[in-house]
Each structure stands twice: as structure tokens, then as C-alpha cells.
Design a protein around this ligand. Sequence first.
Ligand code: CA
Length: 397
Amino acid sequence: MRIDRIETFVLQAPLPSAARFYSSQGFFARRSSLLVCVTTDAGLCGWGESGVSMPVAHLATYIHEVLAERLLGRDPLETEPIWHELYSFSRDFGRKGACIDAMSGLDTALWDIRGREAGKPIHALLGGAYRDRVTAYATGFYYAEGDLQDPAAAVDRVRLEAEGHREAGFRAMKAKIGLLPFADDLARLEALRETAGDNTLLMADANHAYHRATARRVGGVLDDLGFHWFEEPVVPEDVAGCAALRRALRVAIASGECEYTRWGMLDLLRSGAVDILQPDVSACGGISETQKIVALATAHHTPVCLHVWGSAVAFAAALQVTASIPPIPHTAAPRPGDNEPLFEFDRTANPLRDLLIDGGFRLRDGSLDIPDGPGLGIDVRRETLDRFTVSRRVSSG
Ligand code: CA
């Protein structure tokens, strides 16, 4: 079997004005992603995704003008030699960021082909599943336009949103912080704890909004309110600051979505910077690399909860890998959010996730089923693809 064709789709879904939102780092007026479709001479087609957290046009250029010639004609089942070759090629200029992000989508597409060829889900090829369902947490509590002018309205919206997530069955929720001044975000966090109740696992995600002193102050509030983890408190470059914060606070420190490959994650683990590691399958190097990162995490006794963003393809890839993450450490009845992974389920509007597969991903009693069909276990809907594709490129050999 040989790789015959590589196709990329730049997808964009503009959001209606009421559904647009801010994190601490910027404004989201649309959802976008880069889907990769690799086709073999046997007619098998595998899907992967890149660019979940970055602009995507340059990734497509890199895939077609640089990587495609290294892939066309190769055996798609040789995921290890291919990964090694692509990484070694870009080592001098791309050990983090766009080059690895582009490789991630290609690697996931090859794993989808492996699964379809074998007639088995990817988690079976990774060595088997520890679970067929995973407890999901609601990522939300973003900021609306106007929150800076009217922080009291922001507090009211937090209460409403928490009630909505509870009604939908979530027992774990993650709130965005870091855009508003400390006192205003504090009021939002207090409102969230009060509305969600003591039995809800709560997390806070700053998207690296703070310097070390403010992060300590915010972390103290999260300690007092019994939050479960504090995500990306400081910039990803400040590994030492993150480690110091971890030593100073009771709340667990979670990070890793802005890090790449086994070597980047090893630095976080060895530095004692994180309690919970959060690689993104569609950014950190694909399924091949995430498998190695999980092994490193087990060697450092650090649980893994994947970062999940992007379309249904990235979501499905994360579900497949999550099936294969062992409880860290083992117990007879793993506790979700403790030694059993939680799965990030972003609750902002995302047509690229919800409309790209038939039926979408279903939440039942706060948990998601892990697909057990071949490969990623999903079929991409062509009509949705056509609707949101703004540019398409093909390389063939
Ligand atoms: Ca995050």
C-alpha cells in the first residue's frame, strides 16, 4: 500500500455575533481548522487535523510544498520511520510550533488509515482500551464583548452558564480567567463555586495571562475555593516559574497545550512544573508522539488529561488516545479527575465539531462514548466539509 494523494482543507466557520467570545489572549469571531486527508493506492482515506490553535494557511503551504514529496509513494503503515524522517528533516528550524503542528495532522491521518486497514479502532492498535467512556468536563465561562465595561453582568452570566452545564449533566467545569482585573475575576470564580456547588469539580484556565506574583495571588483564591486545577497560570516559557508556583500552592497545576513533542514535555515533567500534563494530539506531534508522551508521563507519575480543541477530527483523535491512557496510578476503581482522565468538551459554538459527523458526539450522564469503529471511528460529512472549506489543495504522486 502506498500514499497516493494528500489533500488539505482550510475550514472556516464564522460565528454569529452572540456566539463570539474572548479568552485572556484574544477575540474569537470564527472557528477555523486545517483538515488533512491522506489517500492510498488501495483507496483508503485517513483524516487528521492540524492548526487547532493557530492560523492554518501556512500549515497547508508547508504540507504541500515541503512535506508532501517526502510522503507520496511511502507505505502509510510505516508511521514510526515517517515520523522520524519528517522530524529529523525539520529539526534545525522547527522543533516546536508550526512544523510539528503540520506533522500532527499527517500522523493522525496515517493512524486513521492503519485502523481502517485493520478494521479496528485506533485505541485497539495502541494496545487496547482502559475505558469505553470518559468523564467530560465543560470548558466555558469565556468573556463576552462588554465584560470589561460591565463586570457585574459577567458574574450573572457565569451563574447562568453554570446552571446550564449542570442541567446538561456535567459534574466538572472549567472557567476562563485572566482577562478582567483580579477583583472582577475573583467575583466570577466565587459565583461559579456558589452556583456549581461543592460536589462539582472546578478548574480555572488563565491561558498564561499572569506573571508570577499575580499567579500566586490567583492560585491562593483557587486554593480557598477548592478548585481542582489551575491551568497555564504563566507563559509556557516560564517553566521555572510554573514549578515554583506548583510548590507554593495546593491546587494542582495543569499545562502542556503550548508544548510540543516528547522533548518539550520531558522538560515540563523533569522540571516538576506540572501535576497534570495536557498535550494536544493535533499539535504536539500526532498520535505516534502522544503515545510516547503518555509513556513519559507515567514514568514521572503525572496524570494526562489531553487538551482538546478544533473540529470533530481532532476531537475523535483525542478520544482514541484517551482510551489508551492508563489510570495513573492504578486503583481498582479509578476516580475521574484524580487517577482517571477527564476529557475537555468545549461548550462554545463550534459547527466544525458538531456538524462534521452525523449525530455529533453525545454526552450521557456527563460522559462521552469513545467511538469503536475503524480508525478514528468517525466519517467526515462531505456536505459539511464543502460548506466550510475556504481553500483546498491536493498533492498527488
Ligand atoms: Ca487551556
